[in-house]
Write a protein that binds this ligand. Structure first.
Ligand SMILES: Cc1ncc(COP(=O)(O)O)c(C=O)c1O
Length: 415
């Protein structure tokens, strides 16, 4: 057994990941220069915004795609388009990005948290059922790091209770469930093109759906609240301006040309790691539901088993990995109910935020989310997954090495 770097031994590697991010090149330049040359900067004035939406819908295998400014406003627009508003409850996982509860609050509805499952870090169907009330209107199903939640269970719950299923696939674009892309399983899907996503334009988002009425209302909410030619409604709604500019759309069109290649590359790296981690009981990759017909990793997420590690805490293990030159991230370091957004302190005038309901989020408890956040989850970012295979193997070597030397870490405390 070689000495762990954290104990003074040689590290597995001395450099960070080798991949450049974002992956971009001549095609982006060509399309951007085309916009400068034509002077058509505004969505609809040039061809790129509309073409991007057509190309995205085709790739997603759905009827409609709508480009927006980001993957937070997408969810606000989707909720508003579905008629969700003051006092309505939207159930979401207790551990996810802040944009999820924020989007519900921006639609003036009430975020209701449900605990997550150890298997997929996503909504636990039984916990969701337990949170349904007469005010529940929607479930926001979030799939983190490319690991999908149990979508069959979510569809079933939504059908039985007549709820909207909004899929947040900001981190799982391209993943397929029984051959259909995530985002098209529920009624409406939200995509993000933020810089830490499958493809990127810095910021950007899209809404996908097969439902023309939902699409039409999203479009009105996206653009000044007006009905438009061909829309199924003639209502004016209180929309804003959330269009994507031609520049953003052009970058995304170029990015779409290599999206499958990027997904395949990340999947190949994940397969290397799956194989190298096989048989380890201290660290294992998160499992995929059998309905997943194509994976699309954003990050490579792993579960740490402190018991199998003889009591060594995950963060001591992570310190040892960092010393080996392969630092693993932990993801979101919070459970949503402790965020100031929900738990406060709030300005006096913002206390009406939950529509007169006295919701004491801070007093709620989500034991599985808590344990996953504090003790279990760790991941390698896409910078590692997009690196060359030897760099990816170094992650596997580092994990194996620290597992082999786990007994030498027993007396350490997390920093
Ligand atoms: C799960 C999840 N939902 C929503 C968002 C919001 O997307 P955006 O940053 O494009 O607003 C993000 C990421 O940023 C995310 O990771």
């Amino acid at each position: 057994m070689s000495t762990l770097a954290v104990n003074g031994g040689e590290p597995v590697r001395t450099e960070g990941p080798t991949a450049m991010w974002p992956v971009c090149g001549d095609r982006e330049k060509e399309l951007l220069c085309d916009i400068i040359d034509t002077g058509k900067f505004l969505y609809g004035g040039g061809e790129h915004g509309v073409a991007f939406e057509r190309e995205l819908a085709e790739w997603m295998g759905c009827s409609y795609a709508l480009g927006t400014v980001n993957g937070t406003e997408t969810m606000v627009l989707a909720l508003k388009a579905a008629g969700i508003g003051p006092g309505d409850e939207v159930i979401m996982p207790a551990m996810t990005f802040i944009a999820c509860p924020l989007s519900v609050l921006l639609a003036q509805a009430v975020p209701v948290l449900a605990d997550i499952a150890y298997a997929d870090m996503a909504l636990d169907p039984a916990a969701v059922e337990a949170k349904i009330t007469e005010n529940t209107r929607a479930i926001m199903a979030v799939s983190l790091y490319g690991v999908p939640c149990d979508l069959d269970a979510m569809v079933d719950i939504c059908e039985r209770h007549s709820l909207l299923l909004l899929e947040d696939v900001a981190q799982a674009q391209g993943c397929e469930w029984r051959g259909k892309k995530l985002g098209t399983i529920g009624h409406i899907g939200s995509l993000s093109f933020h810089t830490a996503k499958i493809i990127t334009s810095g910021d950007g988002g899209a809404i996908v759906t097969d439902d023309k009425e939902l699409h039409d209302f999203c479009r009105s909410y996206r653009q000044f609240g007006l009905p438009f030619e061909g829309s199924e409604h003639d209502c004016a709604v209180t929309g804003g301006n959330y269009r994507m500019s031609e520049f953003v759309a052009a970058v995304l069109r170029a990015q779409m040309e290599r999206i499958d290649e990027l997904i395949d590359k990340r999947n190949e790296s994940a397969a290397i790691l799956d194989e190298m981690l096989q048989g380890l009981d201290v660290v294992r990759p998160f499992e995929f539901h059998p309905q997943v017909t194509r994976r699309s990793y954003l990050n490579y997420a792993m579960a740490y088993d402190q018991q199998a590690a003889g009591g060594v805490h995950r963060d001591v293990f992570r310190q040892a990995l960092a010393a080996e030159g392969c630092p693993a991230a932990i993801g979101y370091p919070y459970v949503l109910n402790e965020l100031p957004l929900l738990a406060g302190p709030l300005r006096e005038r913002d206390k009406g935020r939950f529509f007169g309901r006295r919701i004491d989020y801070a007093a709620e408890s989500y034991p599985v989310a808590r344990d996953l956040v504090d003790n279990v989850m760790m991941n390698y970012s896409q910078h590692w997954l997009l690196s060359d295979p030897e760099t990816v193997r170094d992650i596997g070597r580092a994990v194996q090495k620290v597992v082999d030397g786990i007994d030498t870490l027993r007396d350490r405390e997390p920093a």
